[in-house]
Design a protein around this ligand. Structure first.
Ligand SMILES: [Zn+2]
Length: 105
């Protein structure tokens, strides 16, 4: 599998609180276009997901920009999320959450 077919990220407390996974700007093309629904499979269950954005000022008021995210429920800080693209039957994404060791203990 080519690395560009996978999006993997460690969850931060911001993402835990927001209930989403941030999509870094240089990986936006991994997901379908903003607002376009796609299938996300988690534990054998399919649900609809989409790329969303919110305006952000973390670089100061002079540099307004957007952050992009996909909503994922029940994430905890320290979890690792891995999304794999499965294009065999249309745009489908497989979501895996590797729980932080402290959680599964
Ligand atoms: Zn920002």
């Amino acid at each position: 599998m080519r690395p560009k077919d996978v999006y993997s990220k460690k969850i931060t407390s911001e993402e835990e609180q927001g209930g989403y996974v941030i999509v870094l700007k240089d990986r936006l093309s991994f997901f379908p276009a903003l607002g376009r629904r796609f299938q996300m499979i988690q534990n054998g269950r399919s649900r609809r997901a989409m790329l969303e954005s919110y305006p952000c000022s973390c670089r100061g008021p002079e540099l307004p920009h957007s952050h992009f995210f996909v909503r994922v429920k029940a994430l905890k800080s320290g979890d690792r999320v891995t999304v794999r693209k499965d294009s065999k039957s249309g745009p489908r994404y497989l979501l895996q959450i590797q729980m932080h060791p402290r959680r599964s203990a």
